[in-house]
Design a protein around this ligand. Structure first.
Ligand SMILES: NC(=O)c1ccc[n+]([C@@H]2O[C@H](COP(=O)([O-])OP(=O)(O)OC[C@H]3O[C@@H](n4cnc5c(N)ncnc54)[C@H](OP(=O)(O)O)[C@@H]3O)[C@@H](O)[C@H]2O)c1
Length: 432
């Protein structure tokens, strides 16, 4: 326990863009409620921006600086809110704050994915709080339940749609038949996608969030080099149509799962989800995450995954939690990577697959293909064959197998003379 803070809670806000400006506004608009909820008033001590010359009426009379690290190091703020984005400078800001014992609230998933374990250690050593509810799935309360509500249970899998941009693009492709480029352009026109959408469409944004989720769910550090990431750039309208014909939709999923009690696989990739699974109805820019735990079973979290106001809601919630702790002279629960599990490669993941082949339309081909699956221990659940001239389309769905076994099967299929082309391979997630 430290001395309870007696005076106003000083809050320094580093970054006043889409999220930061909304945070400052929300603190001003709800000042009286916040005072009642915390027991002390909240006072924004300063805001850091890149361009101090720009008129910012939304910030009221809060002092503005361009020196983010000096603001973070100023002892008049007992909470530093980092909303500037990027990794290196944000790291300097957050470490400057934690080293002097200030609590930190951030929504920066890239920073946390890269330095989360170190920042948690620094927070613990300096008796400070580190909260980042806005970093994953925007407004949806997800990280606090992982940190606090499931703490008596045993999480086995976290599975979800954590990137609204890609979910919007896939929804447009599914509902309107738009091709990838047109759907991306629409997402950009509506402000759901950045001018440079690479981090979203390549899956990197989802991967950073998956690392954060995995750390909290499995109490372990994650080796980023073992995280498998595949984006949506190569998903075609033909893939979506083929999925629909089998009763599935295609979603970009972030998955973190415990494998054989030995380690954790973290993966991001497009996957087939049954049309009657709750994740299939998560549309447009919305996010949803399934948490599976031994005692609780499946729990789903759903809501707005990004945007200034929704993310500010999560950030201000974290500010209130940190402020209450300061007012009580206490700190929140530390996040410890005590389980020290290995991060396992994608090959260890077990899931079901869909394999779309173009094959020669001749007797015996089905048996040859089935033998290739069996040779690698991959059991087939459904086969659909449509003939067209001398070539047939063969869609195979499998029972659960390891990714390594499926990769070996696909390599064998490519060697078969009867197989003209492996058109698509996709994982299937979620029970119908
Ligand atoms: N936008 C969302 O929907 C969303 C959702 C979840 C999480 N996040 C995360 O929240 C963070 C902020 O995102 P955002 O969308 O609000 O970003 P943004 O609109 O680009 O705003 C960034 C702010 O930081 C300031 N800034 C940047 N570099 C700076 C520096 N070196 N020194 C001082 N100030 C600096 C900018 O100053 P200027 O105003 O002068 O340019 C701007 O005010 C990111 O980590 C992002 O990943 C965003």
């Amino acid at each position: 326990m430290s001395e309870p803070q007696a005076g106003p809670i000083g809050v320094a806000v580093v970054g006043a863009g889409t999220v930061g400006a909304r945070v400052v506004q929300q603190i001003a608009e709800h000042a009286e409620d916040l005072r009642s909820r915390i027991g002390l008033p909240v006072q924004v001590t300063g805001v850091a921006v890149r361009d101090a010359g720009r008129d910012r009426p939304e910030l009221g009379d809060v002092p503005v600086t361009t020196d983010a690290v000096v603001l973070a190091a100023d002892p008049s703020a007992s909470i530093v809110v980092e909303l500037m984005g990027g990794v290196e400078q944000a790291h300097a800001v957050v470490t400057a704050a934690l080293r002097r014992g200030a609590s930190v609230v951030t929504a920066n998933k890239a920073l946390l994915a890269a330095h989360g374990v170190e920042l948690h250690r620094l927070a613990r050593e300096n008796h400070a709080d580190l909260y980042y509810e806005g970093a994953v799935a925007g407004a949806i309360p997800l990280l606090r339940p992982l940190r606090e509500s499931f703490v008596g249970d045993h999480i086995t899998k976290v599975l979800g749609i954590v990137n609204g941009t890609t979910n919007y693009i896939l929804t447009q492709m599914t509902d309107e038949g738009s091709d990838y480029a047109a759907a991306l352009k629409q997402a950009q026109d509506l402000g759901y996608a950045e001018a440079d959408p690479t981090a979203d469409v390549s899956g990197q944004d989802s991967a950073a969030k998956a690392v954060i989720l995995a750390r909290l769910a499995f109490h372990t550090d994650i080796d980023a080099s073992q995280v498998s990431v595949e984006g949506i750039e190569s998903v075609s309208v033909a893939d979506i149509e083929a999925a629909r014909a089998m009763g599935f939709v295609i979603k970009l999923l972030a998955v973190a799962e415990l494998v054989d009690g030995e380690g954790v696989v973290v993966r991001v990739h497009p996957a087939l989800v049954p049309q009657n699974h709750p994740l299939s109805s998560v549309r447009g820019p919305f996010n949803a995450v399934f948490v599976s735990a031994s005692a609780a079973g499946d729990v789903m979290f759903y809501g707005r995954g990004a945007g200034g106001a929704p993310t500010a809601s999560a950030v201000v919630g974290d500010i209130v939690t940190a402020a209450r702790n300061l007012a009580a002279g206490s700190r929140g629960f530390a996040v410890e990577p005590y389980a020290a599990l290995a991060t396992l490669p994608l090959g260890r993941a077990r899931t079901r697959y869909y394999v779309n082949l173009h094959v020669a339309d001749e007797p015996g081909v089905l048996a040859t293909v089935a033998t290739a699956f069996a040779a690698h221990g991959v059991s087939i659940s459904v086969v659909r064959q449509d003939g067209a001239g001398d070539e047939a389309s063969l869609v195979v769905r499998t029972h659960e197998a390891t990714d390594a076994a499926l990769s070996a099967t696909v390599a064998s299929l490519r060697e078969l003379p009867a197989v003209r082309n492996v058109v698509g391979v996709m994982r299937v997630e979620g029970q119908a």
